[in-house]
Design a protein around this ligand. Structure first.
Ligand code: PRP
Ligand code: MN
Ligand code: MG
Length: 192
């Protein structure tokens, strides 16, 4: 089975992703260096695992790293509108500045759910760093707590994209680039 054959076209290569990740990390290091206590960087599992691993190694200020697991897509291509936090944080974020690291912000449901969740845990501010932003699909506007900032790597066209952490039915996360999945791949799966 060859994964590349399922991809209609590549949107961002491994090199382009690495370049943008380094820029985002430099921006974040600059913006957060004034805070005396370490910022908590929260990766949203599973999709953000590669982006998180890459960006934290380019951030030059002290940080704490943790994961949270939120899911709303299951094995389909549409958000079910109510994300579930299926595995919560280990570290205490109360009084801390938090940066949520996401592979993609699509409808906004996941970020909006996380923003309320982290606010209820007493975070001082909540920022979001998303590699991809797909504004064409936004359903839920979100206002980040405590004047948090929104960092985004690339604006994503309105196609179903996979790779570099992003999945369809848990597959394709291990592609080193991001590309558009051939529509016959998910139509096929929905017919089955
Ligand atoms: C995907 C993606 C984001 C979220 C974005 O996660 O990784 O977390 O959806 O979509 P939204 O803005 O419409 O909420 P998914 O629920 O598929 O879980 P996964 O990360 O395990 O793939
Ligand atoms: Mn996710
Ligand atoms: Mg998914």
């Amino acid at each position: 089975m060859v994964m590349d054959g399922d991809i209609e076209r590549v949107l961002w290569t491994e090199e382009e992703i690495a370049g943008r990740v380094a820029e985002l990390a430099a921006q974040i290091s600059d913006d957060f260096q004034r805070f005396p206590s370490p910022v908590v960087v929260v990766g949203v599992a599973t999709g953000a695992f590669l982006f998180l691993a890459d960006i934290v190694r380019k951030i030059t200020i002290p940080i704490v790293v943790d994961f949270i697991r939120v899911e709303s897509y299951g094995s389909g291509t549409e958000s079910n509108g109510s994300p579930i936090i299926s595995c919560d944080l280990k570290v205490d974020v109360s009084g801390k500045h938090v940066i949520v690291v996401e592979d993609i912000v699509d409808t906004g449901n996941t970020i909006s759910c996380l923003n309320s969740h982290l606010m209820s845990k007493g975070a001082s501010s909540i920022s979001v760093c998303a590699l991809l932003n797909k504004p064409a699909r936004r359903r839920v506007p979100f206002k980040l707590a405590g004047e948090g900032k929104f960092y985004s790597g690339f604006e994503c066209p309105n196609h179903f994209v996979v790779g570099y952490g992003l999945d369809f039915a848990e597959l394709y996360r291990n592609l080193s680039y991001i590309g558009v999945l051939k529509s016959e791949k998910y139509n096929q799966a929905e017919e089955n």
